[in-house]
Design a protein around this ligand. Structure first.
Ligand SMILES: Nc1ncnc2c1ncn2[C@@H]1O[C@H](COP(=O)(O)OP(=O)(O)O)[C@@H](O)[C@H]1O
Ligand SMILES: Nc1ccn([C@H]2C[C@H](O)[C@@H](COP(=O)(O)OP(=O)(O)O)O2)c(=O)n1
Ligand SMILES: [Mg+2]
Length: 208
């Protein structure tokens, strides 16, 4: 017997998908603090955190047939074809049993964005954008110490270039649709989270 959420799931393009999920895209440059703030949001607001980068790294570790391709692209700071990433996101959404998701680090380019919309028919509730100076992001990435193959200065420079050229246009797309909630992410973690909380708290629950 499935859970309540599973029993109301629907078919999209031949595969089962979560019915009417709430999706928030969490975007920002590498090292802007997406993962850190998502952990805080999960604790306070009951979302499931899905990091596209974490899902891709788990896919490499699992020894899947796409593993080598994903690993090479991540090392080069390039963006993996959306077909691969969207399948991982869809599977994780279903497995979570939840219907509220923070999708962290996706969509990272126009191809990601258009394909997700086409395949899932999901429109994000809003887009949380962590805006952080590049020098600060570089400092954070060089001291992240998670043993990531892409946290070296050569790959970091490539990732910054991809962010400016490919990811910022996605943020502009949603800005034009009034979906972007921009946060000054260059401040200490707790201060950034105060601003994040204000975005997630319904207006009628806010103190005057
Ligand atoms: N506001 C902040 N100030 C200082 N360091 C931060 C802040 N937010 C995150 N960090 C640190 O910076 C590094 C990158 O943060 P992370 O959340 O992994 O960013 P992203 O997912 O956007 O790459 C981590 O080591 C994290 O602990
Ligand atoms: N939508 C995505 C997200 C990440 N990737 C790949 C390419 C990115 O440079 C790496 C790392 O992404 P991740 O979000 O974990 O990196 P940051 O948290 O921003 O430092 O994964 C991707 O190909 N497509
Ligand atoms: Mg991250």
């Amino acid at each position: 017997m499935g859970s309540v959420v599973e029993s109301t799931n629907k078919e999209v393009n031949g595969s089962v998908a979560v019915k009417n999920p709430t999706v928030v895209f969490v975007l920002g440059g590498p090292g802007s603090g997406k993962g850190t703030q998502c952990t805080n949001i999960v604790q306070h607001f009951g979302y499931t955190h899905l990091s596209a980068g974490d899902l891709l790294r788990a896919e490499i570790k699992s020894g899947s047939e796409n593993g080598t391709m994903i690993q090479n692209m991540i090392k080069e700071g390039k963006i993996v074809p959306s077909e691969v990433t969207i399948k991982l996101l869809q599977r994780a959404m279903l497995e979570s049993g939840n219907d509220k998701f923070l999708i962290d680090g996706f969509p990272r380019n126009e191809e990601n964005r258009a394909a997700f919309e086409e395949v899932t028919k999901i429109e994000p509730a809003f887009v949380l954008f962590f805006d952080c100076p590049e020098e600060e992001m570089e400092r954070r990435l060089l001291s992240r110490n998670q043993g990531r193959e892409d946290d070296n200065i050569e790959t970091i420079r490539k990732r910054f270039k991809v962010f400016l050229e490919s990811s910022l246009p996605v943020i502009e797309h949603y800005t034009a649709r009034e979906k972007v909630r921009k946060i000054d992410a260059g401040r200490p973690v707790e201060e950034v989270f105060e601003s994040v909380k204000a975005v997630f708290t319904p207006k009628d629950e806010k103190a005057d």
